[in-house]
Ligand binder design. Structure first.
Ligand SMILES: [Zn+2]
Length: 128
């Protein structure tokens, strides 16, 4: 179904991202939650909305600020080296099976690691 899309969508929880569009443009935050189904990410302290909450036993009510999820195309993964949001590529770390690439065929322990790299400076963005 959405295979091609989910491939591009390689943001994960705790990634640092920069918002590139909308009113929160330029903001940097950590991903709190990834919604693969809707291709959305929840970024810490961005896209805040004010919610008026009725007092309950749990909280005292009032105005609560809450994050709204952003579409993944509105954020870019932050490259610590470039110090900005960048487009990232995928690199397969290993090099063992280059010819016979049946994903299921790879034996145990020979797992290929997919890492994300910065397209500007080629810095690996994933800490192994
Ligand atoms: Zn970079």
């Amino acid at each position: 179904m959405l295979k091609n899309d989910s491939y591009k969508f390689s943001l994960r929880k705790n990634d640092e991202v920069q918002v590139i569009s909308g009113r929160e443009k330029g903001k940097i935050g950590k991903i709190l939650k990834v919604d693969l189904k809707n291709c959305r990410v929840l970024v810490e302290k961005t896209n805040l909305v004010k919610r008026h909450v009725r007092p309950t036993q749990k909280n005292s009510g009032g105005i609560v600020e809450k994050e709204l999820p952003l579409h993944y195309s509105n954020v870019l993964l932050l490259c610590p080296k470039c110090n900005r949001g960048v487009r990232h590529g995928i690199k397969w770390m290993d090099g063992v099976n280059k010819q016979n690439t049946k994903p299921e065929a790879s034996s145990k322990g020979q797992k290929k690691a997919k890492i994300r790299i910065c397209k500007r400076c080629s810095e690996a963005l994933d800490v192994a």
